[in-house]
Ligand binder design. Structure first.
Ligand code: DC
Length: 229
């Protein structure tokens, strides 16, 4: 397969990253979880008590943030590093990050800072990136764009099961409320709201197994491949 760019956008916890990781492993492409970058910036602001309503403070502190992904050689998964520290687990289990990340990702300064880095990572193609604005803003020229969605209750149940398996104390109702709040902020913000790009293919994962989701995407890839060669 040519080193194309695959953009996967969609709501929180709808299975985007699972599909993206499986695809990148099959194709030998780089996988980038752009949401992890917004979570890492949020963690930095929380730890350093940056009042992110003050844009001058935000702008100033972005200079102190360095984000990198490194491959964990044991499980072959990418992990995110914030200023040299592996924060892969903390950004996902810390409830303060989950509560604040949508507000932080609505800040244009933060988006500019991260979009630039994401575009650099994709300069040479051969990349699968998931997020909310990948097909619309980061890689509008992506050869394949997929917009993933699923029923909110199903998504909350998947997220609740995931958090429980990581030992996190929470309730289904809390997880659902957080997810609906994030969806609403992500979809209504002024800068790069979550919208389906006109040329994206929609994938509703509500009633689909992992295997069926992958089958759907691989079929799409084969069709694309046939038209490109
Ligand atoms: O995919 P996720 O749930 O880990 O994303 C965390 C938050 O980051 C989510 O509330 C929306 C935001 N985000 C974004 O605004 N743009 C992206 N490209 C990726 C994530």
């Amino acid at each position: 397969m040519k080193k194309i760019t695959i953009a996967i956008d969609g709501h929180s916890s709808c299975g985007k990253s699972t599909i993206a990781k499986e695809l990148s492993a099959i194709l030998g492409f780089r996988y980038v979880d752009s949401g992890a970058m917004y979570r890492a910036v949020t963690l930095f602001f929380l730890r350093n008590q940056i009042e992110f309503r003050h844009l001058n403070l935000v702008q100033e502190s972005l200079k102190d943030i360095s984000i990198a992904f490194k491959m964990n050689l044991e499980n072959k998964l990418q992990e995110i590093f914030l200023n040299g520290e592996n924060v892969e687990i903390e950004i996902r289990v810390n409830p303060r990050v989950a509560s604040a990340v949508s507000d932080v990702s609505a800040i244009s300064e933060v988006r500019k800072f991260l979009v630039k880095q994401q575009q650099k990572m994709g300069e040479e193609g051969g990349i699968v990136m998931d997020g909310r604005d990948i097909g619309t803003v980061v890689f509008p020229q992506a050869e394949i764009k997929i917009f993933v969605t699923a029923d909110a209750k199903i998504r909350a149940q998947r997220r609740f099961d995931e958090l429980k398996s990581k030992g996190q104390e929470t309730t289904f109702e809390e997880v659902l409320a957080n997810l609906e709040k994030r969806d609403s902020i992500d979809s209504t913000r002024d800068d790069s709201p979550l919208i389906k790009s006109k040329d994206a293919i929609e994938l509703d994962t509500t009633n689909l197994s992992r295997e069926q989701q992958l089958e759907f995407v691989l079929k799409l890839l084969n069709e694309k491949n046939a038209t490109m060669s």
